[in-house]
Design a binder for this molecule. Structure first.
Ligand code: ZN
Length: 220
């Protein structure tokens, strides 16, 4: 099914589907689990619009390129253009808060990194960003106190709090907007806490953001 931004009450967000701007290693415990140093400035990458698929429908896991990892992340929906944005502009521009999977072809990414090649094939492939419906930011409350939880086949695999982000949401989006103009309908992913691991077809997942969002879905 064609992806469209939606709110959890079922109303459409009336925004185009844009790009996804992401940050790597935004939680120290996740950087450590992959033996990566914590970067001194935010490490940015992007996924194009065809990466977005609805999280509440079965999502495809490509099995032709080695291990596929889940990374569970708080997602922010952008409603206004942001370029060199300040805190006030960012606050005004956030129109939704959701939760997403940053699917990663981990074996391919490792090979690409070893060769000094870009990551796109491992991170930005079609369907690489299943995302939930959004809640209004007013309903979400403090973005730096959100619990990000993933349960796979009944076992809690990720359970981190956004208070542990190295780059908090507003400074992160400000930094992103220096390099990439954020446009209405773009999504920002804010990084994954520790616990990333492989996902295979047949896995049943529950993806949660605090008490706000709980999505049951399946890898196919
Ligand atoms: Zn990620």
């Amino acid at each position: 099914m064609q992806y469209k931004h939606q709110y959890i009450d079922g109303t459409g967000a009336d925004l185009p589907v844009g790009k996804v701007v992401c940050v790597g290693r935004n939680y120290a415990d996740h950087a450590a689990e992959l033996n990566n140093p914590v970067p001194t400035t935010p490490m940015l990458f992007m996924k194009p619009a065809p990466a977005l698929v609805p999280l509440d429908e079965p999502f495809e896991v490509p099995m032709d390129y080695g291990t596929v990892h889940f990374e569970t992340e708080m997602a922010v929906l952008i409603g206004q253009r942001l370029k060199n944005a300040n805190k006030h502009e960012i606050e005004d521009a956030i129109v939704g808060v959701g939760v997403a999977l940053d699917l990663t072809l981990r074996d391919l990414q490792t090979k690409l990194k070893e060769r000094g090649h870009p990551w796109e094939k491992a991170k930005a492939f079609d369907g690489s960003c299943p995302v939930s419906a959004f809640v209004e930011p007013e309903a979400a409350g403090d973005l730096q106190d959100q619990q990000i939880r993933l349960t796979v086949n009944g076992e809690v695999r990720q359970n981190g709090n956004s208070s542990h982000m190295l780059n908090k949401v507003y400074p992160l989006i400000a930094y992103m907007s220096h390099y990439f103009t954020l446009e209405p309908g773009d999504v920002v992913l804010t990084g994954t806490p520790a616990g990333v691991g492989s996902v295979v077809p047949g896995d049943k997942l529950r993806v949660e953001l605090s008490e706000l969002i709980s999505v049951e879905t399946q890898a196919v």
